[in-house]
Ligand binder design. Structure first.
Ligand code: ATP
Ligand code: MG
Length: 246
């Protein structure tokens, strides 16, 4: 049975979409069957980070309420086992039929190994939609203490939703910042109260890949953020990989 993974933050612009695309493509490149779903209604851009902006993808609403089948979902041009559903443009998250959405993602479990849900910024209906059926939640935060505290608050909301498998990714980490702040892995876990899933360095390739609408792994396989996403993909599969700030 496939596993549903929501990528969330509460706070906007922490790198949810970039990280979701990076991990999804890393898993797809290892042969895992992946469905990536953009839950950012109205502000969708997971298609760009996946390098699928030309795919004319169906929206999740087309499948959950529109009569399309999961078998009709667009496949990635470079990773044929990676499929993608975009977000609808004009339907507020409050109006999504949660039962129909749940039925769709639960049906997807039999066809995919991992189903990723890229949440919008904020902690309202879009956040709840992405998290509602998730088996595990990944909170993406920036490295500052304020950002980590915000992630802790989002973690508390997830706990109130009954989510017990919540882990943190610290994104855009630079060596300079870590040493200036004397930040350690233990500090991050103490501040957030959450176990760490990974650390992703600040890497200009992330912005460049999105600017050229290329998947990060394809744009630059050697970049440090790519290596971090590959290590996180291993940990998601239960393969031990040490976590460091380097
Ligand atoms: N590791 C990184 N190194 C450098 N730039 C990054 C990194 N991760 C993300 N970015 C950049 O940060 C910006 C925000 O990233 P992204 O859109 O993935 O965040 P988001 O959390 O999905 O935003 P939103 O809350 O608006 O959905 C983008 O310009 C992206 O290129
Ligand atoms: Mg996003």
């Amino acid at each position: 049975m496939g596993e549903l993974i929501a990528v969330l933050s509460g706070k906007g612009g922490t790198g949810k979409t970039s990280v979701c695309a990076g991990i999804a493509t890393a898993l797809a490149s290892e042969g895992r069957r992946i469905l990536a779903i953009d839950c950012d209604i109205g502000l969708r851009n997971l298609d760009i980070s996946l390098g699928m902006s030309d795919s004319g993808a169906l929206s999740f609403l087309d499948v959950s309420e529109g009569g399309y089948e999961l078998s009709q979902v667009s496949a990635h041009p470079l990773y044929p086992n990676l499929h993608f559903l975009t977000a609808p443009m004009n339907c507020p998250a409050e109006r999504i039929d949660l039962d129909a959405f749940g039925a769709m993602v639960n049906a997807a479990r039999s066809q995919f190994d991992y189903i990723f849900l890229d949440a919008p910024a904020g902690v309202d209906a879009g956040f709840r939609l992405a998290a509602a059926f998730a088996d595990r939640c990944i909170l993406v935060t920036l490295p500052g203490p304020g950002a980590i505290r915000d992630a802790a608050r989002a973690g508390e909301l997830l706990e109130l939703m009954g989510k017990s498998n919540v882990r943190l990714i610290v994104n855009r980490v630079s060596k300079k910042m870590v040493s200036a702040m004397e930040l350690t892995i233990d500090d991050v876990m103490d501040l957030s109260g959450l176990p760490l899933l990974g650390v992703i360095p600040e890497d200009g390739n992330v912005t460049l890949a999105a600017a050229f609408s290329q998947p990060l792994l394809h744009y630059s396989r050697r970049c440090r953020a790519c290596r971090a996403c590959r290590r996180i993909a291993k940990r998601i599969q239960g393969i031990p990989e040490p976590i460091t700030f380097r």
